[in-house]
Structure formats: structure tokens, C-alpha cells
Write a protein that binds this ligand. Sequence first.
Ligand code: ADP
Ligand code: ASP
Ligand code: MG
Length: 534
Amino acid sequence: MTTPMNNRSLRAGLPSRHFPQHHSVQAPVQTPVPTEVHHNLRKPVCVMKFGGTSVGDASCIARVVEIIRAASRESQVVVVVSAMSGVTNQLVAAATQSEQGQHSSVATIFDAIREKHEKAIETLIHSAVERNRIDSKMKKLLEDGERFCQGTSMLRELTLRSRDAISGLGERLSAPLVAAALAERGVASEAIEATELVVTDSCHGSAEPLMDQTGERCEARLRPLLDRDIVPVVTGFIGATEDGVLTTLGRGGSDYSATILGAALQADEVIIWTDVDGLQTSDPRLVDGGCTIPELSYREASELAYFGAKVLHPKTLRAVMQCGIPLWIRNTFTPERPGTRITPAGQPGAGAVKAVTAIHDVVLINIGGPGMVGVQDVLGRTLRTTAAVRADVLLISQSSSQNDLCLVIPSALAKCTVEALHHEFAHELPHDKAEHITVDPTVAIIAVVGQHMRGVAGAVGRACSALDRENVSIVAIAQGSTECTFSLVVPKGDMKAALVSIHREFELGNTSNGTMAERTMPYRAALPELGNQP
Ligand code: ADP
Ligand code: ASP
Ligand code: MG
């Protein structure tokens, strides 16, 4: 049986100092142990991230505690937590309402958040001293949050910085709660705000980590705790600039927090605990009959995440790409199942379509028309413009010699991108009446993913025929030469039908498409008293 804890071969070729061979060295009795050997005796380091549903209420947190308790017997565990489910949405709503001066709705939102946390404290924490300590910590955090909202309300302006300060509050509330619940069950733990650990640039709302500084901070702050068998419970989603200003990594960013910490500590594995059994062959909310993919390569998983598989934040793999740390996606509510293992190379020799995914909060921008004919460097200037406004270009296609270009970007950035493009091409298009830059919000991208797809005969043709059978028209198509993904732009209203038909065409619901990943399950034994997923 292969367990990821012991499977060091995954990292072949990487410097051994990163991956201590803990299991091979025995310290001689009563002999001074050199520092190097101490290092070698360390248990493997495992970063475990629990998403919003996993910490959604007291009974979910109780499960999480048992999972961590069991894991901490065999590993040095770093926990990363999201806000309790729904709380970040509520905080974003409070921020928006305060910009509009809606004091009473802001107060109602904060009351609901307060109540949710108080209820969980009441159930989970029995020691009066601990309960008072945690109660007053929460009170203080919520007061801070309300003050940020009052400031926003007074100015009637929600800056990106204030939005981060308000929306990042949920993780600052949940981390102390989970740490206290662990302590209650006898697991030594400490809640830590990631503002102490994750150093980022100042791009509020989608900050990027500065890995050198983050690595130093994690070594200094987390390693001593791990060496004393104390479980750090770190807030996901947030970080801070070098000057200490709170930033957020983007919605759903706690997955990224986990791999950032994993890379910073050169962890042996990172596990994303969530509410599904792993990465599925398609979005389970849209396609029935999908199944869990046992193993994927980094490349396949990041393509899926990038094209809408919400279970992983699109940037999650970025942090571990260089160091080859295996990543798992597992279900908090069925911890006995192995989940999906994501490794640098994926399953050896596997060449097949593995999954189909979709992203719908996008717009299609067309640049073209008579005024564009003969204009210099349209492609280069367009891409420099999208980069300047930090708009990810999800798909691009140029199918004519007349500078006709179409690109797909996230809807949230449509307005500023189009403004920037108008500005960029202002000289070329001043008086022309034709519409040269148009925006179509009625599309979605369908991405078909699987490595070595060149080995799958006529994959693109089969996908197109499947869409044709359902009368789904194809607005644009793009395929790179890396054989991992091809993407089709379809009308948004046909997105579900397109997913279902491609899923069926490639028989992705067939569980014999891969061998289940194996791992030892210390968590099962620890969970006999817990019932099924709510
Ligand atoms: P968490 O709160 O644990 O971070 P998320 O809600 O962010 O969880 O992500 C998990 C959800 O992602 C699942 O409940 C599922 O509905 C959705 N999802 C979308 N596409 C996929 C996919 N291909 N595989 C698995 N889950 C997916
Ligand atoms: N709580 C944050 C969000 O809802 C981050 C996360 O859950 O990953 O976006
Ligand atoms: Mg998530």
C-alpha cells in the first residue's frame, strides 16, 4: 500500500534537505543527538485546510477536530481554516451596504455573524475560562469590523483596502474557535493570524505572496510550535503587506493559503478537506453521475481549477509547482475515502480525457472591424492592456488576417478592461462609427481536460459532434499545443447541456477510468461516533 506520507519517490531529484527521511533514523539512547539527527527525527509535516462547510457549525467543527487529532499522532499538522460557511459573503454584503449608508442592514448582518459564532462556542467549549477568553476575543474582532463599516459608511466609499479588512474577518473569527475546540479535546494548539506569516504584495483583493519573506516568517513562527507538537491553526484567505496592512488572496483563497504555507515549510503533503470526495469528472452541481478522479497531475488540476472547478482556487497549484509537494482533496464528511491525489506527473502513461468543466462569469470581448485593418501590433497591445488591469485572459483566438481578435476574461474585470482598451486604441479609432470593441456577456467556456490528449483519437471532433447533437453552437474554440486542455466558447444558456453531452461522450462517469489512490486511513478509526454528512 502506498501512503503519501512515505512516498518520497514523488520528489525524486529535489534537494534532500527539504524532505527529511524521518523514518529511517533511530536516536541512540542517552547519547547527545546532533542537530542534524534531530531534524531527521521529525514527523512528516502535513498542512490541512478546512473549507467553509467543514467548519460550518459546531458539529462540523467537532469532526474537523477528530480528523486533526488523528492526524497529529503521525504528523506535525498545520491547520488552515476558512471562515464558517456563508460568513465571508455576509461580510462582503456588510461592506457593500455600509458604502450605501445602510446602517441597520450592516448591524443585522453583524448580529447574525455574532450569533452563529456564539452558538458554536456554546456547544464546543465547556471550560468557563476558555469560553470567556474566546468570547471576548470575538467581541473585539466584531467591534473592529463594525468600526471599519462605520468608517466606510461615513465616507460613502469602500476602498479595496477596507473591503479586505472587512471580508477577512471571518477567518480571524473561525481560527480561534477551531483552536479552542482542539484544546478542549486535548490537542495543544494556537490560533495564528496569517498576517504574521503570509507576506504579500499590496494588490488588495487578489494579493500575491512574497515567498522568501513568507518562508522566513513561517520557519520562525510555526516551526518551533510544530517541534513542540503544538498545532498552529492559521487563518486562510488573508495575508499582509510588508508594512502589515491586511490583504486578501481572492475569494476561495484559503486553498492557496494552504499551499503557500506548505511550500514555505517544505511540507510533506497538503490536504484540502472539503465537502466532496475529491476532484470530480465534472461540477456535481451541474452534471449527475460524475465520479471522483483518483489521481491528476499538477497541470491537469490547475487547468480544472482555472476553468471553474470551484473545489480548488485557481492559484492553488502555483505555490507547490516548484517543490513537488503532493496535494490531496478529501471529504471532511467521508474521511474514510481516499479522495484525489494531485502529483507533479499524475498517473504514468495515462492519456485520456479526464474531466470537463465550465466557467460562466466571463465576457467575450471582440476587437475588430474596418477601423482595425492595418493597425500595428493589435495582439501585443491588447495583451499588454489586459495585463495592466490584471485581467486574466482565459481564452484568446485570432482567426482572420484583418486584426479580428476575440478574448474571454472574467466578468468582474470587463468594465475596466474595455475602458483600458478604448484608451489604448483611442488614436486609431477616434471618429469611426463602427463598433470596434464589443462585449458579449452571454457566453461560457467549456474546458475539456486530460494530459497527453494527442493520444485520444479525434477528441476535439468528438466534443464538437456531441455539442452538435444537442444543438449547442460553438462561438469560439482554442487548443494549445500542450495537449492538456481544449476550450470551447458556447452560449451561457447551453452550458449545462454542453457539459452533460461531453461528459457522456467521453464516458467520464465510468468509474473504471482510473485506479483509486490508496492511503492509510488513520482518520477512520478516530471517527466511529460520527454520523453521515448532513
Ligand atoms: P470549501 O468551502 O471547502 O472551500 P468550495 O465550495 O469552495 O468548498 O468547493 C467545493 C465545491 O466545489 C463542491 O461542493 C462542488 O459543488 C464544487 N465543484 C465544482 N466543480 C467541481 C469538480 N470538478 N469537482 C469537485 N467539486 C466541484
Ligand atoms: N472565506 C473566503 C471565501 O469565502 C476564503 C475561502 O473560503 O477560501 O472566499
Ligand atoms: Mg473553496
